[in-house]
Design a protein around this ligand. Structure first.
Ligand code: NAD
Length: 475
């Protein structure tokens, strides 16, 4: 099919919505093998046909190294599709459940039915992964889908639009490009589900628009994800894993370790190790390294620069990096020490290559400080002592966690991925994503006349006795 033209007005958007609405039962009632066929076609398009075009576009949009595109954009989609294909039959099968004895003569099951016409709104930081991975779950559940990628990565959106038009008909999956007005127009329509990935501020706008139609939402949001390195942690491996998790995609990751609390006995060692690791990752000069991405645009470059300036004004020391390339969108990996809790770097989501390190003496202070803020999307713990790990897990709240690693929980499709309250509502990946795009329809089938049938009016005293016995013995 021809890709959809660039700027659509509300009328044109509504026409696509209506076409999908009219087609939703056709899509929903296709045999499961048809869903499998679509997922395989999507996999082939991402993994083979469009892989080079995706890489080229992501390099133009944000200087992403080719290996990072493979690891963080291509692999999550191919692995989501593979996982889905191997479980789709069991997920879509009737899930039999037992029926209480009071309803003798009946049987019960759960049927996961598609929600209907769904909207997926994506951010710019992993524009392929975060547009297409939820699409996998939506297709698996049997929905029709409108995709709205971010306007900030236009080259990638163009490739995605061509890819989607090649694999799907518009009345099944349609990609609509556009910025705030397009998003606002889409949000005015009565979708059956909205899956939004982006900032908490826009998440609130999405949720209030959805409330007008009582549309269900999945909100994959962001925030500050703390990392705690305790006195027993292995500093060498912690530094290497944190450095990768923080500086991949130049720190523009929702699940990046936002800042570090390290026990004071390991503070110096961790800072020293970071310097070694970062030199080795980027050959002593990240801004010219082919292994390091850029900041997405001038606005974000100046936002991140001003966060560094503000931290310095509040007394922070640059322990590593801090160089901002005037001729490109590169900002060196920047490690900050002596950081004030009043500086912006500790007040807002960093979403860039700055890593503040704070030392602590008492874990209670750390827990109090984490719990004084919004619930994070992720919280990471580096420790060799299970007792410490359990104590931190039990006394904090977060959407997800890794122990002795960071970010990799995102890649395990058997785990639910998402936030909690300010960092998100609902979960994605694997069965959790499938569930999000499905309505769990409870079905009770009366096979033979049931015992309760004798309890219809008139309510004689004999029937009341039986009702009492039912409450006492059969509830
Ligand atoms: P954003 O919220 O600014 O934009 C996300 C999407 O919303 C874009 O498609 C954009 O066009 C649209 N949008 C922007 N303003 C809008 C408005 N007023 N009304 C309707 N739609 C609007 O987010 P971003 O800058 O693209 O991404 C960064 C944020 O996303 C960070 O907070 C990050 O933590 C979060 N994020 C979360 C996850 C996750 O999985 N939880 C993943 C990636 C990014």
């Amino acid at each position: 099919m021809e890709p959809i033209k660039d700027e659509l007005n509300l009328e044109e958007i509504t026409a696509i919505f209506n076409a999908q609405k009219a087609n939703q039962f056709v899509v929903a009632n296709q045999p499961i093998k048809q869903r499998r066929k679509k997922l395989l076609a999507l996999k082939k398009a991402v993994e083979i046909t469009y892989r080079d075009a995706i890489k080229e576009a992501l390099f133009k949009d944000m200087g992403k190294p080719s290996a990072e595109v493979d690891l963080t954009e291509i692999f999550p989609i191919t692995s989501e599709i593979k996982h889905t294909l191997s479980h789709l039959n069991s997920w879509t099968h009737k899930q039999r459940v037992s029926t209480p004895i009071a309803f003798l003569g009946a049987s019960s099951y759960i049927k996961y039915e598609p929600k209907g016409v769904c909207l997926i709104i994506a951010p710019w930081n992993f524009p392929v992964n975060l547009t297409l991975a939820p699409l996998v779950s939506a297709i698996a559940a049997g929905n029709t889908v409108v995709l709205k990628p971010s306007e900030m990565t236009p080259h990638t959106s163009k490739v995605l639009k061509t890819l989607v038009a090649e694999v799907f008909n518009n009345n099944e999956v349609a990609l609509i490009e556009g910025a705030v007005q397009t998003s606002t127009d889409l949000l005015s329509l009565p979708f059956n589900h909205i899956f939004f990935t982006g900032s908490p501020a826009i998440g609130k706008i999405v949720m209030s628009a959805a409330a007008k139609h009582l549309t269900s939402v999945t909100l994959e949001l962001g925030g500050k994800s703390p990392t705690i390195v305790d006195e027993t942690a292995s500093i060498k491996s912690a530094a290497k894993r944190i450095a990768w998790g923080k500086f991949v995609n130049a720190g523009q990751i929702c699940i990046a370790p936002d800042y570090i609390y390290v026990h004071k006995s390991k503070y110096e060692a961790l800072v020293t190790e970071f310097k070694k690791v970062l030199d080795s990752f980027y050959d002593n000069d990240a801004n010219t390294s082919k292994s390091y991405a850029c900041v997405v645009n001038e606005n974000h470059k100046s936002r991140i620069s001003s966060i560094i300036e503000d931290a310095k004004k509040h007394g922070a020391t640059i322990a590593y990096g801090g160089k901002i390339d005037k001729n490109s969108d590169a900002i060196e990996p920047t490690v900050l020490t002596n950081v004030s809790m009043d500086s912006r770097v500790m007040q807002e989501e960093i979403f860039g290559p700055i890593l503040p390190i704070i030392s602590y003496e008492n874990i209670e202070e750390v827990i109090a400080s984490v719990n004084a803020n919004e619930k994070p999307l992720a919280l990471y713990i580096y420790s060799k002592k299970n007792k410490n790990v359990q104590y931190i897990l039990n006394n904090t709240r977060a959407g997800g966690s890794c122990i002795n690693n960071n970010g990799v929980h995102f890649y395990n499709n058997n785990l639910p991925f998402g936030g909690s309250n300010n960092s998100g509502i609902g979960k994605s990946h694997g069965f959790f994503g499938f569930q999000e795009f499905s309505n769990a329809r409870g079905v009770l089938k009366q096979n033979i006349p049931g015992a309760l049938e004798i309890l219809t009016p008139p309510y004689t005293s004999f029937k009341e006795k039986i009702i009492n016995l039912t409450i006492k013995w059969l509830s």
